[in-house]
Design a protein around this ligand. Structure first.
Ligand SMILES: Cc1cc2nc3c(=O)[nH]c(=O)nc-3n(C[C@H](O)[C@H](O)[C@H](O)COP(=O)(O)O)c2cc1C
Length: 173
C-alpha cells in the first residue's frame, strides 16, 4: 500500500511526529511538507495521512487549503488525520475545526497527539505569550498512546464494515 504523509510544522514537533509515523508504517511512505510542496499530487496513493499543528485555535491555512482543493480525491482514499496541540488530549473542538467534517467522517484514524513547547524555538512574541502560563518551562507531552492507537486504526482494511456476529442458534437435542 502506497502512503502519502502530508504535514506542516511551525517549530518542528509535527515534523518529528510525521517522521515517527512514517517509520511505524514502515514501507512505501512518501513525506510531503506543505511548506515546501503546497500541492502534492495524491492520485497514485492508496492511503493519505494529513497533519498539522494548532496555533491560536487553528490548524495552518496550508492544511485547510490542501483539504479543500483535494476533497473529492481524499474521499476516495484511506485517510488518517491528526493534529499536534498543547491544550489537552481530548477533543476540545480543535480537531473538528481543523478538517472539513466530511473528511473527519471518512477518515479511519483520527489523532490528537498533543505536542511540545520548547522555549528556545519560540520567537520573541511567543515567549512573552507563553511565559506566564508555563513559567518559562519547556512542555514536552507528545502522546505516544494516541500515536499507537492511530497506527492501529490505520491497519483496519479500507472499506471494512463492522458487522454484527452471526447469532449462534443451538441445535435441538
Ligand atoms: C504561538 C503559539 C500558539 C499556540 N496555540 C495553541 C492553541 O491554540 N491550542 C493548542 O492546543 N496548542 C497551541 N499551541 C501549542 C502548539 O500546538 C504545540 O506547541 C505544537 O507542538 C506545535 O507543533 P509544531 O512545532 O509542529 O508547529 C501554540 C503554540 C504556539 C507557539
Amino acid at each position: 500500500m502506497k502512503t502519502a504523509l502530508i504535514y506542516i510544522s511551525r517549530h518542528g514537533t509535527t515534523e518529528i511526529i510525521a517522521q515517527h509515523l512514517a517509520a511505524l508504517i514502515g514501507s512505501n511512505v512518501t513525506l510531503y511538507n506543505l511548506e515546501n510542496e503546497p500541492d502534492p499530487v495524491i492520485t497514485d496513493y492508496d492511503q493519505v495521512i494529513i497533519g498539522g499543528s494548532i496555533h491560536y485555535g487553528s490548524i495552518q491555512d496550508q492544511v485547510k487549503n490542501f483539504c479543500k482543493r483535494n476533497l473529492a480525491t481524499l474521499l476516495d482514499k484511506k485517510l488518517g488525520l491528526f493534529i499536534c496541540c498543547i491544550l489537552d488530549s481530548t477533543d476540545s473542538g480543535q480537531f473538528s475545526r481543523a478538517f472539513p467534517a466530511v473528511l473527519g467522517a471518512h477518515s479511519v484514524a483520527q489523532g490528537i497527539f498533543e505536542g511540545d513547547l520548547i522555549f528556545k524555538k519560540l520567537n520573541f512574541i511567543e515567549r512573552i505569550l507563553f511565559k506566564p502560563s508555563v513559567d518559562g518551562q519547556d512542555v514536552i507531552k507528545i502522546n505516544e498512546k494516541s500515536i499507537a492507537s492511530f497506527i492501529k486504526d490505520l491497519a483496519v482494511p479500507h472499506g471494512f464494515q463492522r458487522t454484527m456476529p452471526t447469532p449462534h442458534i443451538p441445535s435441538k437435542c
